[in-house]
Design a binder for this molecule. Structure first.
Ligand SMILES: [Cu+2]
Length: 258
């Protein structure tokens, strides 16, 4: 009786945490993030339903098993195995299908009204805007100098790079498509913003595009989500989403770094 009662109570408490969570996700700020949350909710609902039904069945079995005489070697009927295998397969295939539909939309729309370079290195983030000429200057590793304010290594001889804006936090305009070009200087890092529900690995030697479109102005934390060395926990920055006019004004008034 007691084990069945404990099991029943535990099931109630654990299920309650799913429906009335003390701390839940931070709010989602893109259409992709909302689609992700919807898919997560669906998966959770299916798992919670199966979990509760199974635990209750287990509690009932414990209660009945106490009273009935034990029978050894009982086998489930063949048709039962067939039904639960088929039901499990159907549930997981449906979840996989709905999940892949929203996932497939993510990388397809690389256009970007604003293109910004993201540069991850041990243990900081830098961001580069092309400036009024809309062209990024050439970068050369020998010019890389964090102390001199040139973390990207922009070639001072290249005219296209003279007006490039380099910052330590990422400002983007609300309501516009923003194309982030992710680069890493040294080891693998990972661009992670909880509210975007996006974690994108950044691999040295590769340019990885990531498109985001945020409608709500606000301020969100950027964290590195790949253990990248001793200072990993300090590798943070800010994603600041500004109203478009304010963003344009900010960009216009930025001094080039060199
Ligand atoms: Cu890192």
């Amino acid at each position: 009786m007691l084990p069945a009662l404990i099991l029943f109570l535990l099931t109630l408490i654990v299920s309650g945490l799913f429906f009335f969570p003390p701390v839940w996700f931070p709010h989602s700020i893109t259409a992709d993030a909302i689609a992700f949350d919807r898919q997560f909710g669906r998966t959770l609902a299916v798992c919670a339903f199966v979990f509760v039904v199974l635990q209750l069945l287990l509690a009932v079995t414990i209660l009945r098993g106490r009273r009935a005489a034990p029978h050894v070697g009982g086998k489930p009927h063949g048709w039962m195995e067939f039904v639960w295998t088929l039901a499990t397969a159907a549930v997981f295939l449906t979840l996989a299908f709905t999940g892949s539909r929203s996932w497939a939309k993510v990388p397809q729309r690389v256009k970007g009204e604003e293109t910004i370079e993201v540069y991850a290195h041990q243990f900081a983030w830098n961001f580069r805007y092309p400036g009024p000429d809309n062209k990024f200057g050439v970068t050369v590793p020998k010019f890389i100098s964090d102390a001199a304010g040139n973390p990207f290594g922009i070639d001072p001889a290249d005219k296209a790079g003279v007006d490039d804006i380099v910052t330590a936090s990422l400002r983007i305009p609300a309501g516009r498509d923003v194309l982030l070009l992710l680069h890493a200087r040294d080891v693998i890092h990972d661009f992670f913003v909880r509210e975007l529900r996006t974690k994108q690995d950044i691999v040295p030697g590769m340019e990885i595009p990531l498109e985001i479109h945020v409608d709500q102005p606000g301020q969100y934390e950027i964290a590195c989500a790949e253990l990248c060395g001793l200072g990993h926990s300090q590798m943070r920055s800010l994603l600041i989403v500004l109203p478009p006019a304010e963003y344009d004004e900010w960009k216009r008034t930025q001094e080039p770094q060199r």
